[in-house]
Ligand binder design. Sequence first.
Ligand code: ACM
Length: 683
Amino acid sequence: MPMHRLLAALLLSMLVHPAFAQSPDHFLMPMPQQVASGDGELTIDPAFTISANASSDARLHSAAERFLENLTTQTGILLTPQALVTEKAVLSVTADSPGDTPQKLGEDESYTLTVSSSGAELKAPTTLGVLRGMETFLQLIKPGANGFVVPAVTIHDHPRFPWRGLLIDVSRHFIPIKVLKRNLDSMAAVKMNVFHWHLSEDQGFRVESKIFPKLQQMGSDGQFYTQQQITDLIAYAHDRGIRVVPEFDLPGHSTSWFVGYPQLSSGDGPYSIERKWGIFDPAMDPTKDSTYEFLDKFIGEMAKLFPDAYFHVGGDEVNGNQWNSNPRIQAFMKMHQLKDDHDLQAYFNTRLLTIVKKHGKHMEGWDEVLHPELPKDIIVQSWRGQKSLAAAARQGFKGILSSGYYIDLMQPASQHYVVDPLSGDGANLTAEEAGRVMGGEACMWSEFVSPENIDSRVWPRTAAIAERLWSSQDVKDIDSMYRRLATTSDWLGRRGATHQSSYRPMLERIIGADGVPALKTLADVLEPVKGYRRGQLRKFTSQTPLNRLVDATRPESDIAREFNAAVDRLMEGKAHPDDAASIRSWMEKWRNNNAALQPRLGGSFLITEVAPLSSDLAALAAVGLQSLDAKEKGSTLSADWLQQQKPVFDSAAQPKGELLIMVLPGISKLAGITPAVPQRSQE
Ligand code: ACM
């Protein structure tokens, strides 16, 4: 049986098998702190009701209404708002207090969920805990033998870290509000609580300023959020227990500001919106009082618009070129005994900090802002390595980790999952220092992201990061993570995330509906190149359409991972009963697919680049099949023959159309042929 069918059958058998209901993890993600399974199960049927005690708390009330909608979406059981009752209910929900508005860092998110065959109770100190517990309840719903059920269970749960964020860069590519809301829904589903809104960049300034309207008028190509939209999004996030932290990246990454206000810059101008990707010279002029007068007014306006206590000022990747080539700035540095650009940036940050504090906010910045002279009440976001997070914590700064959580780099979920804010350099911190590590954030930089494919870059991998930040440090079994990630991915998809549903339309655009099955067979084992390689392989601008196969394929191929793991087992003599048959059936499919695909590869500019990938995959599969035959017959293939096949592997290891064939490692192992340049070294 092909592996995907096998997997589906296995999954189905687990869904209806009584052992599944007893499975201690219940496919939950993030894994709660304590789960105790009970006997029996609660039936979820059209008679389902929910009561929410403090319905005077508008947030709790709307959470209960949303819960019913989600329950209907998940099960197809048609529930109406009448299922929200004040008397005894099937699920009774109690929050001791409504929680804070705006939500605070470290606010209590704990909850207790008790489910028996006669009913369920969700209790929490605040509405925030109720929001988390409702998601757990929804995740527990499964089809049973006679209908939908929730297994009897007692769960005590609370987060390990108080800061569990997702950054979305809306500047390099603009991401509309409705796409952000969809992603906030998914964040809430996996209990994430900070949306880091990266709002300004060289390529775009995305917020309406009423005081300095040329910022959005000249710096955004007309793609920005009005203040009303921002206020609405913040309320939407708050309803879901998510803080919204704005970032205005200063003093670098700021070309878009200078299009309307060139006097802020350290160079001469004039400026235009940057269209390319990279690090650019323009930077704010830290030496002029007028810069700080501008920032004081601007930050004052934004501090009112964004109610969160934290305000992110960026601070990353200032190359110093404009500072170094400006004699006036050089003279200023001499006069103030600022020995280098880092000192000048610290000077800027110190003045910026005064402004941010004056407007009632804590300042946050990327790890470049770290400077011993700075006061300790700033929070450092570490992106250049775990070292800087540990260094910050040792120096007395609070910090969060993003190094290792860059989801734009197209790495597998397992790679992010093993990164722990308190591992690596963080493992040697004292308890007091470790207490300054607040959590982490997944970062969705948007060079290669559009509203159409952003969900597929964020989900499901970010759910694995969400678990790292919520669950106990000893929840780290990779197989368990992938097993639960698969069901969580489907769950998120049913609730509105488009990471699965956008795939087929993108393939259809490339090849037409009738070509999709063959293209999908290929695309299912491809992944975009890793790290920063894509930008090196081809020239891109912000206006390059993201409509190619590389934009449709998933960051992580489940089929390739399963295939490679089956080959590993086979080669190590630990094969499961169906492994050899699955491996054979997959390789036959890939070998034969090329004949189905090639006749369709003419005509469209979008499809031409697919041809060599398809023939590489077929050639690899053919070698793999011969190797498997030989292995099963106990014969060996001649060294000459193997040598002749090597160019197939050398070719397949090269990225094409910025894509990699991810079953190469498995077939390579099966055949005992190693390509000249290993695929993964090309990052
Ligand atoms: C960054 O990636 N420059 C924060």
